[in-house]
Design a protein around this ligand. Structure first.
Ligand SMILES: [Zn+2]
Ligand SMILES: [Zn+2]
Length: 323
């Protein structure tokens, strides 16, 4: 986020002795002559509008740095002053520099910060706690398992093999990330990221102006801005391996085999998967166990006895043959 200076405005301060509102650049009260105490803050004259100062000398003074308070009489003096403009005291030692850099809130914002804050409702916390306890119980119940003796009633298997071909495919991506061997189809500008610095194609987006205390009685009006950067997002084509066919073999016996194929010149084998299903019967119930474990599947002779672990959804978690 880049901070942009829009200009400088006159602030005011209120005399703590007589209540007079004084222009910010004036260092002692125009009514009673009291110095502005270090803890008396500057305020905005008008919360809504900015009346920018045109006096270059005044602006240069504000840019030099926050005023400092005389260690003897407390009077505000310019940062580069060596002796106090009121009492003539030495300002090179122990002069206290005013705080600066804080945002000067408008009166409307000040009122907002005194609005009553919403407290979290006690009954919402109770509902949340009950929910957490219930959830823990649910998880404990769902993770409970039962052991069941069962007999194999049926088996089935399926194996699949993906065939890939080298071919021209369409892709999309940012222009600077397109591979050098690609063929460009078309590009269009799209928003990519925010930047503090301007880029060839960017739109500047700025927030609401606000005022910063310079410690000199002048406020620096700034805006936080960011550049929304647009870049070319393109469609291109490139040669790549893509799946073109999935060969499947299946059966209901204990002799699984891989699909057979012959590859063309521009083809290669891709992923292959295997899935085995064993169906069991146990006391009138039927359970099916799916696995990719071939050696376990090959032991599933119909009629053989197995020990199953069943979860609360009646799914088989694990199965092993009883020797
Ligand atoms: Zn006064
Ligand atoms: Zn002084």
């Amino acid at each position: 986020m880049a901070r942009k200076v829009l200009g400088y405005i006159q602030l005011i301060w209120t005399c703590s002795y007589c209540g007079t509102k004084n222009p910010g650049a004036i260092k002692s009260c125009t009514q009673c002559g009291s110095p502005q105490a270090p803890d008396i803050q500057f305020e905005k004259v008008d919360a809504e509008s900015f009346d920018f100062i045109k006096d270059e000398a005044l602006i240069r003074m504000a840019q030099k740095g926050a005023d400092k308070h005389c260690p003897y009489c407390g009077t505000r003096n310019n940062i580069d002053a060596e002796t106090c403009l009121k009492c003539g005291g030495d300002l090179t030692i122990d002069a206290k520099v005013r705080e600066s850099g804080a945002t000067i809130e408008t009166r409307a914002n000040n009122q907002k910060s005194f609005a009553p804050q919403k407290r979290p409702q006690p009954f919402l916390i109770i509902i949340l706690l009950v929910g957490i306890v219930g959830f823990v119980f649910l998880i404990r119940n769902l993770t409970r398992t039962d052991q069941v003796s069962a007999v194999v009633s049926a088996v089935s298997w399926q194996r699949s093999q993906v065939i890939e071909a080298y071919q021209r495919v369409e892709r999309k991506g940012w222009e600077d990330a397109i591979p050098s061997d690609a063929t460009l189809v078309s590009c269009e500008l799209q928003y990519r990221y925010d930047s503090d610095a301007s880029r060839p194609i960017a739109t500047e987006v700025c927030g609401e102006p606000y005022t910063i205390d310079t410690g000199t009685g002048l406020g620096q009006v700034v805006q936080d801005c960011v550049y929304r950067v647009y870049e070319n997002y393109c469609t291109y084509t490139i040669m790549d391996w893509l799946p073109v066919e999935t060969l499947v073999s299946s059966g209901v016996d204990l002799s699984p085999y891989w699909p057979t194929f012959e590859l063309a010149n521009d083809q290669r084998t891709g992923n292959r998967t295997e899935r085995y299903e064993i169906t069991y019967s146990a006391a009138g119930d039927s359970f099916t166990y799916s696995t990719t474990n071939e050696s376990l599947y090959l032991q599933a002779q119909p009629g053989s006895s197995w020990l199953l672990e069943i979860n609360q959804f009646n799914s088989v978690i694990s199965a092993e043959p009883v020797q």
